[in-house]
Design a protein around this ligand. Structure first.
Ligand SMILES: [Zn+2]
Length: 354
């Protein structure tokens, strides 16, 4: 799922949308920043201003960027391509987009989870569960996009979406307002970045989480903090999270590679050792998992070190993106491999120029 897949140029695609040109079906989908909705090329919807649109090779890419599928042109359903065995399942999803599905639920619906996964992977570049997650998050988050002239308008819309997300978390954990008083209140704000929105959670003293909004483990990470700290989340800005937002901005402007905002990362002793050591991997460099295991004095624990790297709650700030496979392969990244590639390239170039 790469955002850099080859697309026709923007003018051509925009024109195709204006003309409802069916020959472009399947080549791209178009996201409209002002509405947060994405459409197929032949959607009968009114044409948006060209500066408010962006294009994606596949529906999965638009979903991952935080767009919701248009209800009129139904871009998730490439014309006539939905096999009949899958239709009942998709109808159920449409009826209750926020429902959480397990593999067992899919089996109960009379389908083979592996078959469903393969179809989604081939058709949309993501698994069925990732598709559902994207839809759920899409309901909760705004679709702030980088570098757009409507950034301010989008930023103004942030509050509501973050507030929806926090509310959903609180509902799930059953934290009533009165009970919430005994808990650690953390404010959650959304920060725009060239790699998409980033969630920052903190209080006035420290930041506890910095994550890309569409990260697979985002909800898990919030739940972990809830449990470990007895935390409860509210939308808003805190002193520390605002400082972090400014530093992230400076990072993406190429003005800094280090972060001074106090951070707290509660975890097991092992996790904390790994995260602390990650902080010493310099920008512009990469380490292997083996090197990292060596430097915490556990050369044989590569696998559990890798797991702790994956459990990092601080995208960019605790630079787990600088850890690669022993053969130089990028291996995995919670925020998506395309982001890891971008971050490493960005830091490498900066190192040369500074
Ligand atoms: Zn549409």
């Amino acid at each position: 799922m790469t955002p850099h897949a080859i697309l026709p140029d923007k003018e051509t695609m925009y024109q195709a949308f204006v003309n409802k040109d069916a020959s472009f079906e399947g080549l791209f989908v178009m996201g409209v920043r002002t509405t947060g909705i994405f459409c197929r090329p032949t959607c009968p919807a009114r044409k948006p201003k060209p500066e408010n649109v962006e294009f994606f090779p596949r529906s999965g890419d638009a979903l991952a960027a935080g767009y919701r599928a248009c209800k009129r042109c139904r871009p998730m359903e490439a014309k006539g391509s939905i096999p009949s065995w899958l239709r009942p399942l998709l109808a159920q999803v449409d009826a209750a987009p926020t429902r959480r599905w397990t593999s067992q639920d899919i089996r109960d619906a009379g389908l083979d989870p592996a078959r469903v996964r393969r179809w989604f992977q081939a058709e949309h570049g993501m698994t069925f569960l990732a598709y559902l997650r994207s839809r759920r998050l899409g309901e909760a988050f705004s679709r702030v996009k980088d570098g757009s002239p409507i950034l301010e308008a989008a930023a103004a819309a942030d509050f509501d979406s973050v507030s929806g997300f926090c509310e959903a978390l609180r509902k799930r954990s059953g934290a009533s307002p009165s009970k919430a008083k005994e808990r650690l209140p953390l404010k959650v704000q959304q920060v725009s970045s060239p790699l998409g929105p980033i969630m920052v959670a903190g209080d006035d003293q420290a930041v506890y989480l910095v994550e890309f909004w569409d990260r697979r483990m985002l909800e898990t990470q919030f739940t972990t903090l809830e449990k470990r700290l007895n935390a409860v989340f509210f939308p808003g800005k805190s002193k520390a999270s605002q400082q972090m937002a400014d530093e992230l901005d400076a990072y993406f402007q190429g003005e800094t590679t280090t972060f001074e905002t106090p951070i707290k990362f509660p975890g097991t002793e092992h996790q904390q050792a790994v995260w602390q050591t990650l902080l010493s991997v310099p920008s512009g460099e990469t380490w292997t998992y083996g090197q990292l295991a060596n430097s915490i004095g556990k050369p044989a624990a590569v696998r559990s070190v890798a797991r702790a790297v994956g459990e990092n709650r601080f995208a960019i700030v605790i630079p787990c993106h600088r850890i690669v496979g022993s053969d130089g392969n990028l291996t995995g990244y919670g925020g998506g491999l395309w982001r890891k590639r971008h971050l490493l390239e960005f830091e490498r170039q900066k190192n040369f120029s500074s």
